[in-house]
Design a protein around this ligand. Sequence first.
Ligand code: ADP
Length: 661
Amino acid sequence: MKTKNKKADKSTDKNKKDLLSHRQALNINIKAFRLIGSRYPQMIVSRLICSVWEAITPYVGVYISALLIEELSTSRAPKMPVSLAAASLIFAALISVGTALLTKWRDTVCAGMYFKVENIFTDKLLEMDYIDIDNSAVYEKLSTIRQSQNGGGWGLYRVIGSAESVISALASLAGGVSLTLSLFLSPVPEGAGKLTVLNSPFASVGVVVLMLAVTYFAPLLANKAGSYFARGADTHNLGNRLFGYFGGLGYKSELAADMRIYRQDHICDRYNNDKNGIFGSHGMFAMLARGPMGMYAAASAAVSVVFTGIVYAFVCLKAWAGAFGVGAVTQYIASVTMLSGSVSKLISTVGDMRNNASFLSLVFDFLEIPGKMQMGTHKTDVSDGFEIEFRNVSFKYPGSEDFVLKNVDLKLHSGSRMALVGRNGSGKTTFIKLLCRLYDPTEGEILLNGRDIKEYGYREYMDIFSVVFQDFSLFAATLGENVGSGKPYDGEKVGDCLQRAGFGGRLKTLPDGNETYLYKDISKDGVDVSGGEAQKIALARALYKDAPFIVLDEPTAALDPIAEAEIYENFNSIIKDKTAVYISHRLSSCRFCDDIMVFSDGQVVQRGSHEELLKKSDGLYRELWDAQAQYYSDAAEASNISEASESAVTADGGETCFANG
Ligand code: ADP
């Protein structure tokens, strides 16, 4: 057993979360409390008032009961017990009414409290620089916070419980002290013989010190047991991650076929049922529970019993010696026990706050990630057209050593139709992300009408663009909300945009039209849309925004050939007079663009119209075009399709695709 415990100790040490000093722990708890309090003051006030109420009201019952028992045992005035019983009932009723009113108020104000606290993270994510959202270190930080929160309940939300415990312990302490004080002040009569020693101030101080020592050690030992959990938080989190991922695989219908074919259920078994797993019977936490963690918890419980013994002995001896009657005995026993409970609670809460402090510092590490993007205040005025210039722009992704864009120098003019072509990974999407300022250039600058885009208001600048990214996503909200980006939306305009994006036919079949929910997450009547339909809805959303500059990254990748052909045929009426940049692997679909930029290895290596670029026989565009034509003619020969009008393959010679001419 000993070696096992040592092993367990070592393994927790490896995962150890360093405890902060008491002062640091207090400061960070206060900071977290202030943060929640400033956002949800009513919630905090209601919880604290309820805690105080619940802590002090039991003393009223203790006090009146003690008076009643005293009267009954002495029968000095026969009418008194009746009055006291009535008073006891009235107070109990008043306390119940007060408790009901207060808890109702608290529950109403605090409805959805967990999610309200979660909103603090959501708001941070929404206001954070895009570059940080995309940063794996930031993602890892948030993921650790979530794991600690879901696994051990550590983090921001726990601060509310700690504050309640502290305030209720202090209130209870005050109530307990006021009812217990007379225990030490009531003297034993002189005729009590040796027991008069109880009158000595040393006896009282000795008993208080003894009680405090015991009260101090019980929660200390309990905290020591709890600290094993906190120190093993990383392992615990990993266990939760594995459990969360592998435990839920059976529910994922998209994996069901592969699971059966490759017997992947064995992988799940390994993580969920293995006795050596993190939560298994031979796992780290089981070993800790059988070892030091269990011992400390047991010692804490044992020490509490010693406390009860001391209190009973002291109170009963004084009563026996004649210091007070039987009513007072019940009062002291009850109040001292509650008093000790509150001291224990205070100490264990302080310990818990210290354990939680290292998780809170993680939370603040995340919440205080500074915004690094320069936000200007200049207004964008593009009503009379605009020119965007990339001036010697180079870019590296955060954490990467390689430039993915190198010395890009070009101008984009309003009203034009531009296409970006090039092999996979040549930097086209990155170029778009810089264009609409999701990232700032690592070197060089981007200018709008001659002014660095950093000098414009960030939101305003972004409002110039409607973008359909390749990896766009739709919400499990209504179709109208998806297209109109929230409520209220203009139903007619939504319908028009969906029509232009080629979704008109499908819209007519939807039972609730614009009010039809997408997917089944929110409504069981929600509709599932195919990849192609989703792409049309995303295009409609971009049209609804009605921004002057529309960017489409592979806008037809998920469409069937006929839908794709429709989009190209109607491209001009779809985007109307807007400036458009369009990324495609299918070169033939770029022919309607008057300005084609060819990307290679992060640089714009060619620029011109389709005809101009084709003429350069040693150019990359020509090479890509020929590769497509070659592939097409081989494929056509092989399948004897003679009458096909046009076709294309991906620019990097990948999949065969249809493209209209
Ligand atoms: P394209 O759109 O031409 O296919 P991208 O702009 O998507 O090319 O990618 C250009 C290069 O940047 C690729 O090598 C890609 O792996 C890399 N890249 C893209 N996104 C990231 C990212 N978030 N972090 C690091 N590298 C990235």
